[in-house]
Design a protein around this ligand. Structure first.
Ligand code: PEP
Ligand code: MN
Length: 264
């Protein structure tokens, strides 16, 4: 269902505050984790001021270690919703478990399926039965065909509002970056599928200093949008502080990203 062969036109996903895909370019930003109402509200103001229409934030966190912060759960979703509404933004948040789909659906405009869950087929089927757009993140060891097959599990339920996010994959050399951003996957996916392709430079880079160049490379390659982690005090972030852009750094990325997009 995702193939260009049978559906040549780009999918454009319409949410309350965003058009994602086709000729549109979408900026999405926010903290890795929702930390408090005050904090996520502040981050929403920074995101919005720099052209973002989507506020990201995790309330259910798929942490590598079970001893790391796991997220605020439903309280986090409430804070995220409140912050987004204050700035007329859409909510993008991860759903980790098919049992949570109904509850997360009450708060979000876009479901995020995390890299670690890209082939959680029961979860894919569950979001596929809703009419809420889905951002499917490429698994860290997933091939292009693996990703495309994962989108089919979602589409099979009748939900065709799917976007694919490249967030870096594991390669033989991830000493200096957290993952290797596969920028080549942008034109490849655009050739094979009509779904919007989004770049997440934050989880690819792993370090603040590499986020902006990777993000700009993604825009130059033709991505339909960026999803970026931001924080005003990265040293004290509940998760992924090392890759968070501070407000002024995010402004630089956003300004350049919109300028590059204009040139395409
Ligand atoms: C995230 O977006 O914070 C996240 C956990 O991403 P990924 O699933 O790509 O690791
Ligand atoms: Mn993160």
């Amino acid at each position: 269902q995702g193939s260009r062969l049978f559906h040549p036109e780009d999918t454009v996903i319409k949410t309350k505050h965003s058009l994602i895909g086709g000729a549109n370019f979408s900026m999405m930003a926010g903290p890795c984790s929702v930390e408090s109402l005050a904090h996520v509200t502040k981050m929403a103001s920074v995101a919005k001021a720099n052209g973002a229409t989507v506020l990201r934030g995790g309330a259910f966190k798929p942490r590598t270690s079970p001893y790391s912060f796991q997220g605020l759960g439903e309280d986090g979703l409430k804070y995220l919703r409140q912050a987004a509404d204050k700035y007329d933004m859409d909510v993008l948040t991860e759903v980790m478990d098919d049992e949570h789909v109904e509850m997360v659906a009450k708060y979000t405009d876009i479901f995020q399926i995390g890299a670690r869950n890209m082939q959680n087929f029961s979860l894919l089927k569950a979001v596929g039965k809703t009419n809420i757009p889905v951002m499917l993140k490429r698994g860290m060891s997933a091939t292009v065909d693996d990703v495309l097959n994962a989108t089919e599990y979602i589409a099979a339920g009748g939900n065709h509002n799917i976007m694919i996010a490249e967030r870096g994959i594991r390669t033989f050399d991830n000493k200096y970056t957290r993952n290797t951003m596969d920028v080549g996957v942008v034109p490849v996916l655009q050739k094979l599928t009509h779904y919007p392709v989004i770049i997440d430079p934050s989880h690819a880079a792993g370090h603040t200093e590499f986020v902006t160049p990777l993000g700009l490379a993604g825009v130059a390659a033709g991505a339909s949008g960026l999803v970026v982690e931001i924080h005003d005090d990265p040293a004290h972030a509940f998760s992924d502080g090392a890759q968070a852009l501070k407000p002024d750094e995010f402004k630089t990325l956003a300004d350049k990203a919109f300028a590059i997009r204009e040139l395409l």
